[in-house]
Design a protein around this ligand. Structure first.
Ligand code: PMP
Length: 441
């Protein structure tokens, strides 16, 4: 039974596991946005495999693509060999890329996880530039292997990775609500850009040119914080002028989630390296980096990985990329996301515990604050992680699965599939509003 499974996993599994681990759900069936627990209860899933399920659970085109490979007798695992399945995936992927990368780019399969692709990007830029050091941002999340972990901002998960993950120069990300410069808005973002340029240029306090800059267009785990387009363009100018490769981590923002196929597109910035995972595998593990061909200077065999030839993931990924493009789901994400944001802002207007509502497309965050406390150094009310945890529990009781994130785990995160219907979007917000009421009483 569900109870037995929960009890046994509680005893046997490490406490280090994350992603809504405290939720008493044992999912046994899932379709689209709907998940059914072992106890027969039904949920709307706004976690979507941490943003992996662009088309929701078990979408028919994904299942069909996987079945086709299984039925065809093709190898399921092909290491780095060229196969028709890989060819189809690479073609579908290149059709989505900015022309500069589609026409003059290379792909490196890195799988299975996003962190593997981040690691490959860091190594590639070190080899290509012959330099060390990395510019990374406060609040960043890039993964749990040494280099990616060192680049991650969260000190509770970073442990002592800085020692073996390479030298990281941490820069302030433009966080409007808790602006590190105390001014917010575009001015705060501009100060972040100036800080960055100063760190690189100041002859009496700057750093040697590093191997790369690594950033997220919208920080996901960091609390759903979108960077302004002009700030991204400034980062592009600053890095280009100093020959520092720009790596954009689109592991979570990619595949139409933010309203454009790749989140970075909207700013017009073309990165030197893009890190892609999660949704590109159509719910199965797959990760790649795509980069300008000039960077492809590593020797044959300079980077390995046993599980980067996963044919089922490539087939599921091809079906997903095609379906998203053919059905223009980036537009759907933009429209439904904007409607959800506006309704949430209405809710915030009469719920003082909602400090901030933000997001882009179907990547939405609701930051909860402690209304009893004094404003913090940023002029905002302090985060309220306990309230956020209660909202998550109350949401679950109302059949809604949401994730928490942000600097203090006080941001309720919504990452629904791009196939969410208008009715489902309304139901998500009804249940969230009701959960908020219940959590406060
Ligand atoms: N980069 C970003 C932006 C992510 O959100 C994540 C995962 N949440 C990763 C990298 C790491 O991916 P994985 O967990 O598959 O290693």
């Amino acid at each position: 039974t569900g109870e037995g499974i929960l009890r046994r996993q509680e005893q046997r599994e490490s406490a280090a596991r994350t992603y809504a681990r405290s939720l008493p759900v044992v999912p046994v069936r899932a379709r689209g946005m709907n998940v059914e627990g072992a106890d027969g209860r039904r949920y709307l899933d706004c976690l979507s495999g941490a943003g992996t399920l662009a088309l929701g659970h078990n979408h028919p085109v994904v299942l069909e693509a996987v079945r086709d490979v299984l039925d065809s007798g093709a190898p399921l695992h092909a290491l780095d060999l060229a196969t028709p399945v890989k060819d189809a995936f690479t073609t579908a992927l290149f059709e989505t890329l900015p022309p500069e990368l589609a026409d003059h780019g290379r792909v490196q399969f890195c799988g299975p996880a996003g962190t593997d692709a981040v690691e490959a990007a860091l190594k590639l830029t070190r080899i290509a530039t012959g330099r060390h050091g990395l510019l990374a941002f406060s609040g960043a999340y890039h993964g749990m292997t040494a280099g990616a972990l060192a680049a991650t901002g969260d000190t509770t998960v970073r442990a002592c990775a800085d020692d073996n993950g390479g030298r990281v120069i941490r820069l302030p990300y433009p966080y409007d609500y808790r602006c590190p410069f105390g001014v917010g808005g575009d001015r705060g973002a501009e100060l972040s850009a100036r800080w960055t340029a100063n760190v690189l240029d100041d002859p009496k306090g700057g750093v040697q040119p590093p191997a790369a800059m690594l950033l997220e267009v919208v920080q996901g785990e960091g609390g759903v914080i979108p960077a302004p387009d002009f700030w991204l363009r400034r980062m592009r100018e600053i890095t280009a002028a100093r020959s520092v490769p720009l790596i954009v981590d689109e592991v979570q923002t990619g595949v139409a989630r933010t309203g454009t196929f790749w989140a970075v597109e909207r700013s017009g910035v073309v990165p030197d390296v893009m890190v892609l995972s999660k949704a590109i595998g159509g719910s199965l593990p797959l990760a790649v980096i795509v980069y300008r061909e000039e960077l492809d200077v590593w020797q044959p065999g300079a980077h390995a990985g046993t599980f980067r030839g996963n044919q089922l993931a490539m087939a599921a990924g091809t079906a997903t990329l095609r379906f998203v493009r053919e059905n223009r789901l980036h537009e759907r994400a933009a429209t439904v996301g904007a409607r959800m944001l506006s309704r949430l802002r209405g809710l915030a207007a009469h719920q003082p515990c909602v400090g901030d509502v933000r997001g882009r497309g179907l990547m939405i965050g609701v930051e909860l604050v402690d209304t009893e406390a004094d404003p913090d150094d940023y002029g905002a009310l302090p985060a309220d992680p306990r309230l956020a945890a209660r909202v998550q529990q109350e949401a679950l009781r109302r059949g809604l699965i949401v994730e928490l994130g942000g600097r203090h785990a006080s941001v309720v995160r919504l990452l629904p599939p791009l196939t969410i219907t208008d009715e489902q979007a309304e139901a998500v917000l009804d249940r969230l509003a009701s959960a908020l009421d219940a959590a406060r009483s």
